[in-house]
Design a protein around this ligand. Structure first.
Ligand code: FPP
Length: 263
């Protein structure tokens, strides 16, 4: 039972326990996607170099991945490096890549023990061979896991993903009649996965930043002022609880019984 596993990881009497008990397991977001933002500002507030924000963001990644898996989410997608992030100073880019390699090496056992299947979305083939090697290892080692899928978006851009999907359709000889929304979704990097129900962005920015443009068509958006390196289990639980109070209509009419979690 996922809730038991999450509760077992929380010391008795800890404030997060009360939050977990409020979660309606029948109405969990199947897919949570997160734009991790605010690392630079977190570092600047402490008069530290920007990369210290990224370094401290790793603990937030660990906490979030474990919490989402123990809660019973089917898919978690984290936006770690966008195509646009190559414009950052070389030292920052190489630190991010080193942190990623170190994270993959140190977290593999935790991913395996939590039954997590690790995947990469984005143009991973353009990453350096040493990074690809670590990524391939984590993907291969976790390929038979049947719990939560953890997508890491790397060298990812939503528009690039759409262009790649169209290219794939043309390359494989699809004709206009072959394409509909379901078939197009099958050409994306998230093929076979549910679309994000909940899109979280940290650090208060109200932007989508070229993330999962097709997939977030009906996602509930939750923006928190918390900066990513401060984001912990509690913040994810608060986001899920806020999501469960939303009224999802998918373009239909308002129905009081459609409130997520309504009796
Ligand atoms: C945005 O903050 C964050 C990123 C571009 C990178 C996110 C990376 C990590 C959390 C660490 C590595 C990840 C893994 C999975 C090992 P920003 O730098 O744009 O912050 P700012 O807007 O305050 O400047």
């Amino acid at each position: 039972m996922p809730l038991d596993s999450l509760l077992a990881s929380i010391p008795p009497g800890h404030p997060d326990e009360a939050l977990v008990r409020q979660v309606n397991l029948e109405q969990l977001p199947a897919h949570v996607a997160i734009i991790m933002d605010g690392n630079g500002r977190w570092a600047a507030q402490r008069h530290l170099p920007r990369v210290e924000g990224h370094r401290n963001g790793i603990q937030s990644v660990r906490d979030t991945v474990e919490t989402a898996a123990r809660l019973g989410c089917q898919v978690l997608t984290l936006y770690a490096f966008s195509i646009e992030n190559w414009k950052r100073p070389l030292t920052e880019v190489s630190t991010l890549m080193s942190l990623l390699k170190r994270y993959l090496r140190s977290e593999l056992d935790t991913l395996l023990s939590n039954d997590i299947r690790f995947r990469v979305i984005g143009r991973a083939h353009e990453l350096s061979p040493d990074v690809r090697e670590e990524l391939d290892r984590a993907v291969t080692r976790t390929a038979d896991r049947t719990g939560m899928i953890f997508n890491l978006a790397l060298n990812y851009g939503g528009r690039a993903e759409l262009v790649d999907a169209v290219r794939e359709a043309l390359r494989t000889g699809m004709t206009p009649d072959d394409l509909d929304e379901a078939r197009f979704a099958g050409l994306l990097s998230t093929a076979g996965q549910p679309d994000p129900d909940l899109l979280i962005r940290t650090s208060g920015e109200m932007r989508v930043s070229n993330f999962l443009l097709w997939q977030i068509a009906y996602s509930e958006i939750y923006v928190t002022d918390t900066l990513w390196p401060d984001f912990r289990r509690r913040h994810l639980l608060e986001a899920v609880l806020a999501y469960q109070k939303r009224d999802r209509r998918y373009g239909g009419i308002k129905d009081p019984h459609a409130v997520i979690g309504a009796p």
